[in-house]
Design a binder for this molecule. Structure first.
Ligand code: GDP
Ligand code: IMO
Ligand code: MG
Length: 430
């Protein structure tokens, strides 16, 4: 298995970072293929909690080389903060270990200002973006006016950055938003050029050669299937290809690399979403508070990037089956099983009722979920604390039943179950 893809099977925050860290122990390379610092991937190693936004989570293992692919949008200021944090924790982030695609796009302060201004202009119909400039940076990419990593090396880069900021100011003016000073932006970026230069690489070529040489490549997705620009709950999505096929464009790999690939869908044992958009299995009563937590624990359901409380609900099997289909998932990794301990009865959404029809697959994908009522199966819960359990046999019978129902519903095996945020809190299912 030279290629393994780790993709979020829901609306993000499934625990991908922690699972990438687990699989990275056996990988040679870990490569992020989409998104920017809208992502927040937490990895707990002993007493250290790493919160990664841009750098692939596998970098924490000393041996793996990390790549940031052309499908990403990179805010250099955020990247440097993260690199400093990692270096401070003893992680090598030198150019030989952290390679950044020459074709990845840059996020600028003007993109961030536009993101906020666009959201304000949407009013009540806002998307609930992270405000990190993601949408405007991908918009410039699609408009063919974006600035890429390789542009940093051009002699007229700062001039082009100034023109980009002027252009954004015209849009900000129309939106009634404050102006971004081009000379401040140019001054900021002047300092970034020499730091980034040695990291800039031809990722496509380096990764293709590595695969040919038999290296094991772990591709790390950001966000989740239902936030995919084309196949998610549009328009309440992010602006990149989050799904498994995004790997090929986002890393510059030919599709033949997909042969025998393992595609692992990371899925929380319940459903969460941060930001606006449909959520058929959402709950809002005491159970919501129970699933979300109070914010006391680092793993409670508050965004790693923005701190916003996440919306919570029962696991949606219809959407999970859709994730299996659209990603070609070969296996599931279930996270946060420990959070379900102590709930008397678990509900699993197995179908939707729409008018007087009951459906198990979405007819037109998940764009418009209005009017779809979840149909639940109920499973007995368990009281035991599972967080110290490491074997399938140790897990309560009721947990077996719940996980077996999910495997049956999706028709793929559950390969790993995470029972806590720590590196070793994993039950491997052979
Ligand atoms: P990602 O964006 O998919 O990487 O997920 P986040 O890091 O944003 O959110 C997942 C949160 O749950 C983090 O705080 C993780 O440390 C934590 N976490 C991951 N797996 C488990 C688990 O099995 N149990 C518990 N209690 N926390 C977990
Ligand atoms: P990770 O990788 C959860 C959501 C935002 C918003 C929508 C669009 O940690 O799973 P954007 O700023 O991307 O334009 O916002 O997408 N969103 C995420 N939700 N996890 C993420 O990343 C997310 N990245 C973006 O909340 O609803
Ligand atoms: Mg996250």
């Amino acid at each position: 298995m030279p290629l393994q893809i780790i993709v979020g099977a829901q609306w993000g925050d499934e625990g991908k970072g922690r699972i990438v860290d687990w699989f990275a122990a056996k990988a040679d390379i870990v490569a992020r293929y989409n998104g920017g610092d809208n992502a927040g991937h937490s990895v707990t190693v002993g007493d250290t909690l790493f919160k990664l936004h841009l750098v692939p989570s596998g970098i924490i293992h000393g041996h793996a080389i990390a790549f940031m692919g052309s499908g990403m949008v990179v805010n250099p200021g955020s990247l440097f903060k993260e690199m400093d944090m990692l270096a401070g924790a003893g992680v090598d982030v030198s150019p030989k270990r952290l390679r950044i695609s020459h074709a990845a796009h840059l996020i600028t302060p003007a993109h961030q200002a536009l993101d906020k201004a666009n959201e304000a202009a949407r009013g009540k119909a806002n998307i609930g973006t992270t405000g990190r400039g993601i949408g405007p940076a991908y918009t410039d990419k699609a408009k063919r006016s974006g600035l890429r990593m390789a542009d940093l090396l051009a002699p007229d880069f700062l001039e082009r950055l100034g023109l980009h900021t002027d252009d954004a100011n015209q849009q900000l003016n129309l939106l009634g938003a404050p102006y971004v000073n081009p000379s401040d932006v140019m001054d900021e970026y002047r300092g970034y050029i020499e730091i980034l230069r040695p990291h800039i690489a031809d990722c496509s070529s380096e990764l293709t050669h590595a695969l040919k040489a038999g290296k094991r490549l772990l591709a790390e997705g950001a966000q989740g299937t239902l936030l995919d620009l084309d196949h998610g709950t549009y328009p309440f999505v992010t602006s990149s290809s989050t799904i498994a096929t995004g790997v090929f464009v986002g890393l510059g790999l030919g599709v033949t690399a997909a042969q025998n690939a393992v595609v692992s869908g990371v899925c929380k044992a319940f459903q969460t979403r941060v930001g606006s958009g449909p959520f058929p299995t959402e709950v809002k009563d005491d159970l919501a508070a129970r699933l979300r937590g109070t914010g006391e624990n680092p793993w409670d359901e508050f965004g790693t990037t923005t701190g916003r409380p996440r919306r919570v609900g029962w696991l949606d099997g219809v959407l999970l089956r859709y994730a299996v289909q659209i990603n070609g998932l070969t296996e599931l990794v279930m996270t946060k099983l420990d959070i379900l301990s102590g709930i008397e009865t678990l509900k699993l959404c197995v179908a939707y009722k729409h008018g007087n029809k009951t459906i198990t697959d979405l007819p037109f994908g998940p764009t418009d979920l209005d009017g779809y009522e979840p149909v639940y199966e109920e499973y007995p819960g368990w009281q035991e604390d599972v967080s110290a359990m490491r074997d399938w046999g140790e897990l309560p019978l009721a947990a077996h039943r719940y996980l077996e129902a999910i495997a049956r519903l999706t028709d793929i095996p559950v390969r790993l179950v995470s029972v806590g945020p720590e590196r070793e809190q994993i039950v491997e299912i052979s």
